[in-house]
Design a protein around this ligand. Sequence first.
Ligand SMILES: [Zn+2]
Ligand SMILES: [Zn+2]
Length: 338
Amino acid sequence: MKALVYAGPKRVEVQEVKEPEKQDGKVKLNIRYCGVCGSDIGIYLGTHPRAKAPLILGHEFLGIVAEEGKKFKKGDRVVPYPLLSCGHCLACRSGNEHVCNTLGLIGIDTDGGMCQTVYTDEDVLFKVPDGVSDKAAAVIEPLAVLVHAIHMSGFEALDTAVVVGAGPIGMLCGIMLKHAGASKIFISDVVEKRLEIAEELGFIPVNPAKENLEKVVKDATNGEGCDTFFECSGAAVPAMQMTDITRVRGKICIVSVHKKPHEVNLRDVNFKEQTVVGTRVYTKEEFGRAAELTKELETELEKIVTHVVPLKESDKVFDMIADPECGTIKIVVDCENV
Ligand SMILES: [Zn+2]
Ligand SMILES: [Zn+2]
């Protein structure tokens, strides 16, 4: 079968690999779509601390059950909960397997789904609601990140919210905030094509290369700042600005991975009694909730899938992401088109 394989730093190749063998207790899936994630970029660049070549990429996949299982029927569309937890560290013992000390993921620590066929445990699979398009279903995994972030953030309906970064995570954050009843959603990014889509989705776009984000937010909130701030960029500048942009007693939610320590104004956190909360992936419950939410959010979710690339050409996806002219938000690999 064909697969997109990480072959070493800055090297990904569409390769002919051995089809996985039948495994007892597991169910065979034919892969329909597999999304490209920010963490896949880290693997591609060779900076991911755990991923080792050769590795089939992809943890965001939508599969079609290929043979009758115990729980699922042939033809069911399913997405796997991709987290691999140890089961015995403190986090795992206290019901927080998603922050396991040695958390792993399918597609990072084991071969993933950017290929034609995989075998997975049935109990990690969630069924895609009938009638929801494949394109919308392809973003269930990243959507689950935002279900978790909204839960963790302390966000309340009618809050004003600022989202920094209009990549897939930032856009999904905006979509979830709108669904959860935010009164105003500001979203900032330097890529104009992303801001155009943000505006179509009903968010207030801000390009920090042209406008001062803090001023825009404060002008719209009686000089107070936003109620809830979502850091979805992983960059240094927003880390330093977030306490300024957020009001007294406001909430700041760190959604993006900050790969190195960034400066934060802790004086603001003190004086303004702000709450800063970290978030990482999602619980199994929240993953199931994301699958259900595709019914209500289908149109919006489809809008952020800007590019569908055939598996045979999938070695190009990282160049596409790096090129702002491409205007990619979410790229999904079509694994049936080989
Ligand atoms: Zn992901
Ligand atoms: Zn653990």
